[in-house]
Every structure is written in structure tokens, then in C-alpha cells.
Design a protein around this ligand. Structure first.
Ligand code: ZN
Length: 274
């Protein structure tokens, strides 16, 4: 009889629980606006993929509109100065720029990328490690209701510190998918992101519209583990509005622990009754 009651309680707990996910995975694909064919394929994979559009790319307005109409989150992929010499996008932000120069560039980027709900940095190891430079960026962004995803192209980033006084939620990239552009390496990085999502509750992975990345995403998204929930970047914002760090939602491990604890309480009550 006690066994039957136990089974009944477990069934009720399972039936009353929402779908149990071990972790949330966010996929952000950068550098949109140049490779239309690959980009359209990525948008087609899922409305839950977040796309980051370069403001001065030839296709910026069109691809941002298409992604938004499909249901994807659109963010501005704001070009920022790197430490090493590389070809730069037009209007790349430098630490030497003053407040009004930064404001003009940010305003222009917002206009060029319609429907944007947030911003992340393109390159930026020099800019994001400069506190006064990033304060100018946050000041300019604070007039819009946007969050900032730190692509974390450098360890000693000043993004969180700069955003503090401007109430701008900051998220941080966990994994780069395609630093090495082979399908096996990208596949391994995708698995790492899944592992981190299970461990921390949330993982943010950034990739690019390379053909190899497109192929890996196609396969991986068709076979996404049942305990992993693909979410839009903006879906994490409610959980960061109170603090700068993103906090994981309740994990599967915690749910099982709670169920066990509740069952023990019920069994103990039953024993006392007898
Ligand atoms: Zn980029």
C-alpha cells in the first residue's frame, strides 16, 4: 500500500512538473550582412537563433528585417577596435574617440539595423578593455532599451564595469563555435556549449556564417538533446535585470533533489500517522 502511495506521489510530481530541461543554450551568429545564402539558411534553422548584424554591411537592413519577421532576435554587431592589425569595418569604435563621436556612431548603427534588441562587439579587444571608451558606448546605448552581450574577445574586459551605472544588462559569451573552421572542431565546440549549459544552467555560444558552421548547426539542431532548451538571447534578460550576471534557472539536479526531499517529508508524515 505504501509502495502504491509512493508511486502515486511520484506520478503526480512528474505530471505537475513543467518540461524538465537540464540547461538553456543560446546560439548567436555574428557578422551577418555579407553572406546572404548562408545567413538565410541559418535563419531558416530556427527562430530561436539570435543574429548579430554588422551595421555597415551591404545587406544589413534586409537581413535584419527578414530575421525579425521570422521571429529571431536581432542584435547590432558593433565594430570595435582590436589590439592586432586587421581589416576594419567602417565606423569601428576606438578608445580615443570622444563621447559625441561614439554617440554619432551608435545612433547610426541603431538606424542601420532595424528591430535590434541588443548589441554585441565585433572584434574589440582594444576597445572593450578600455573603461572610459566603454563608458562612452554605454552612455550612448542607455538612450535605447538594449542589452549588451560581451563577445569577450579579451580576458580583462571592462564591459560589465562600464554598464553598471547605466542599468544596461550584460551577458557574456561562453563558447566560440568556429575559431577553427573544420566541421569536427565546430562540432566539438557545440558539444562543449551543451555541456556548459547542463553544468551552469545556461550557455551562450557565438558562431559565424561559415559554410562549415552552417553544416554543423543543421545536424546538431536536428539532434538537439532532449534536456537542452534552445532559447533566444533576450529570453535571458528577465533573469539578469536584477544583477549583471546571468543566473541559471533551476537545474534538473535541483528539481530531483527537491522531489526527493518532498517525498521524504510525505513518507515521514505517513509514519507519524501510523
Ligand atoms: Zn564579428
Amino acid at each position: 500500500m505504501r509502495c502504491f502511495i509512493g508511486l502515486l506521489v511520484i506520478s503526480l510530481l512528474v505530471l505537475n512538473s513543467p518540461v524538465l530541461y537540464a540547461g538553456q543554450l543560446v546560439l548567436v551568429i555574428d557578422d551577418f550582412g555579407y553572406r546572404q545564402h548562408n545567413e538565410e539558411q541559418i535563419i531558416g534553422f530556427s527562430p530561436l537563433i539570435t543574429i548579430a548584424v554588422l551595421p555597415h554591411s551591404p545587406n544589413a537592413k534586409r537581413i535584419a528585417t527578414m530575421a525579425h519577421e521570422h521571429g529571431n532576435d536581432v542584435i547590432i554587431h558593433l565594430p570595435m577596435a582590436p589590439m592586432n592589425k586587421q581589416p576594419l569595418e567602417k565606423d569601428t569604435l576606438f578608445p580615443s574617440m570622444n563621447e559625441s563621436e561614439v554617440k554619432v556612431i551608435v545612433d547610426n548603427a541603431v538606424e542601420r539595423v532595424p528591430y535590434a534588441v541588443g548589441v554585441n562587439n565585433h572584434m574589440g579587444s582594444l576597445m572593450t578593455s578600455n573603461l572610459s571608451g566603454m563608458i562612452n558606448v554605454m552612455k550612448a546605448l542607455s538612450r535605447y532599451s538594449m542589452f549588451f552581450l560581451d563577445s569577450k574577445t579579451i580576458g580583462k574586459t571592462q564591459v560589465k564595469k562600464a554598464a553598471l551605472d547605466y542599468n544596461i544588462p550584460v551577458l557574456t559569451r561562453d563558447v566560440f563555435l568556429d575559431d577553427k573552421q573544420t566541421e569536427s572542431a565546430i562540432s566539438q565546440q557545440f558539444d562543449l556549449a551543451v555541456k556548459l549549459a547542463r553544468k551552469n544552467g545556461v550557455a551562450i555560444a557565438i558562431g559565424h556564417p561559415h559554410p562549415q558552421t552552417v553544416n554543423v548547426l543543421r545536424t546538431k539542431l536536428a539532434n538537439l538533446p532532449a534536456d537542452i532548451e534552445l532559447v533566444k538571447l533576450s529570453q535571458l534578460i528577465t533573469t539578469v535585470s536584477d544583477s549583471v550576471n546571468h543566473k541559471p534557472k533551476i537545474t534538473l539536479k535541483e528539481i530531483i533533489k527537491k522531489c526527493k526531499h518532498r517525498l521524504e517529508e510525505i513518507v515521514n508524515l505517513k509514519l507519524v500517522d501510523e
